[in-house]
Design a protein around this ligand. Sequence first.
Ligand SMILES: [Zn+2]
Length: 331
Amino acid sequence: MSLIVFDLEWNIGYQPKTFLYHGAEQTLRGEIIQIGAVKVDETGRVLDTFSMDLKPRIFRKLQHHIAKVTGFTQKQMDAGVPIKEGLARFVKWCGPDARFGEWGMDDVPVLKQNLYLVGLDESWPAVWYDLQQIFLAQHPRGEGEGMTLESVITRLNIPTDRPFHDALSDALYTVDVCQRLDLKKGLEEYPDEESQLRSAACPPGPEYKKVECFFGYLEKETWREDPVLHDLRCPWCGGVMEAEVSPKATPEEEDKELWMRRGNNSYYGLCHCADCKKDAIIRFKLSRRDGLHWAVARVAEVPTEESRARWQKQKKLLAERLKKKSQTKAE
Ligand SMILES: [Zn+2]
């Protein structure tokens, strides 16, 4: 079975661009201006390569920072294959059952957004791997070691005679790294989307009683309203749990402020069980792996003295903030 190791360069706008994805507003992460891809077998042996410059339709002016990093010129971008045609050719080259490998997790979401915007099937590709994670699993990160492709290439003493931030060249460097891995094992052991979400939602430390995953939300904020997500059950006895209501300033803020933010895309609250009288910290961790759909993990965590204190402190700070806000509003 083959793997397509690929890399994209994309242009961004001077103003953010939003678009509607089945009615949900999304921010375009970037418009692809270059695709580099290498078909490899499970040992990392190169079978074929693909390289193409694309001419964007939306971000037509080359952003200066992108020009600096990639060495791209406006002239080169203008001379590219029109994006729709180029993407269609790439899709055909890859084949319908293609599995993708990329360094990091940024390229597939950008690819999917761009496929959607030119009217191609964005549900493809369905299977992709973050090769950085496979690398990390086999070469645990040392103190102070960078994880960019360039720093890993340097660390592995791979000759750097090609440029960086050229799509095909970066894809080939990624293949160089793959050849130094047990790629077959890495792909076989790679966690599926749910396992990834679970581990992101449960960092080591607290004791977790229950983790459940929900997929396919189009809008990030839907998690606040979805009755399924808010049917909170006690992880000990199954009874109904009530979230401790935070102090609120205005009725509009009621839903918004019930859950406190913790870390990146994570919200939590202390909840009480009316039946067994136990408390749990219920936390929602959001992730958007494909760039188009949100997934939510709902975690029930056993509160500790420390986490209770943190909750109380955050609640107090929030009360003060809301009070100030309502005073400003009144004035
Ligand atoms: Zn209970």
